[in-house]
Design a protein around this ligand. Structure first.
Ligand code: SF4
Length: 335
């Protein structure tokens, strides 16, 4: 059996807020609070959820842009969350990122060819300047940009073109994983589709694993293999694309999907409007974190935190409704 290229086990990333002149630690933001998943080679796993659910912090914790508080990140069989930044730096070659805002993530003073050549030089992939120039032109062509694009600066490109430059820069390191952090969220609908198609093509050509962090379920439905749904720092459901979009189990997933526009005007979908606001990650609710907004909550939900459990064919759900159903179904069968 293939080993995952990336494993995240019990990841927690908490931020301490300091208060007052004495900088006494007062409150803790539970941005990520016990997240586990595997990413296989050549696979796309999408992490979805509302803004503030912690999905981007998961990506940043894996990249060590923020330091995880607890848990393990295992990259190609090697634990990396406890390495020093210096020891981790060479391993970043395997793990690249494309951010939401390509403009702020591209150095405005560098020509595009230098932006793309930077990782090639930094990771010592090629030594001769002639080879680096040829590789840069090849990468520009791979992401659908003309070879003279290398002579220009980032501000001379549209948002979609800048995102192509960001992808070329990520590919230049010859990674095995690309983390796409809301990589298409800021783009127009048609450009969004072009960039997603480019990522899918590159994945099948190069065998990349993609961790696709997004709030846009309509896009995710068209390009992912598996989905993990996050709410308030935790994963509440993981499923294959088919399972999630055909038979969503968790009440939060069902509410999210009910808000996705349907292309067919004759198809009616009943929208579930969630009550209230997402609670603060500084003082998350007891028990199931979704109980303050869940239309199906019952007594146990505010007391006991449900664990992710397999509800069939590998679909994992953290909800007492399914754990109870499973227990009673098993009890019925035994009786
Ligand atoms: Fe709703 Fe309870 Fe399930 Fe949480 S455990 S999703 S509150 S029914």
């Amino acid at each position: 059996m293939n080993a995952p290229i990336l494993s995240v086990k019990g990841l927690k990333t908490h931020f301490r807020l300091s208060a007052g002149l004495l900088k006494k630690s007062a409150k803790v933001v539970h941005a990520v609070d016990g997240v586990s998943f595997d990413l296989m080679r050549g696979e796309t796993l999408s992490i979805v959820g509302e803004s503030g659910c912690g999905k981007s912090t998961v990506g940043r914790s894996i990249l060590r842009l923020v330091q995880p508080t607890e848990g393990e990140v295992i990259l190609d069989g090697r634990r990396v969350d406890n390495l020093s930044q210096a020891a981790f730096r060479p391993l970043r070659k395997q793990l690249q990122v494309v951010f939401q805002d390509p403009f702020s993530s591209l150095n405005p003073r560098m020509k595009v060819r230098d932006i793309i050549a930077e990782p090639i030089r930094n990771f010592g992939i090629l030594a001769s300047e002639r080879e680096i120039a040829a590789r840069t032109r090849e990468l520009l062509a791979k992401v659908g940009l003309p070879s003279d694009a290398g002579d220009r600066f980032p501000h001379q490109f549209s948002g979609g073109q800048r995102q192509r430059i960001g992808i070329a820069r990520a590919l230049a390191a010859e990674p095995e994983i690309i983390i796409c952090d809301e990589a298409v969220s800021a783009l127009d609908v048609s450009v969004k589709a072009q960039i997603v198609n480019l990522l899918v093509d590159l994945q099948s050509e190069l065998g990349l694993a993609l961790l696709f962090i997004s709030h846009d379920l309509a896009i995710v439905e068209h390009m992912t293999h598996r989905v993990a749904v996050m709410y308030l720092g935790s994963i509440v459901e993981t499923a294959t694309r088919r399972q999630l979009f055909a038979t969503p189990k968790h009440p939060y997933t069902q509410a999210l999907l009910s808000a996705v526009p349907v292309p067919n005007p004759d198809e009616k979908r009943e929208r579930t409007i969630l009550k209230g606001e997402v609670p603060s990650p500084i003082s998350p609710p007891s028990g199931c974190r979704f109980h303050t907004r869940c239309p199906l909550a019952f007594d146990r939900c505010s007391v006991e935190r449900p664990q992710l459990s397999d509800v069939g064919e590998g679909q994992m759900v953290a909800c007492h409704l399914y754990i109870d159903t499973k227990v009673s179904a098993t009890a019925g069968a035994v009786a």
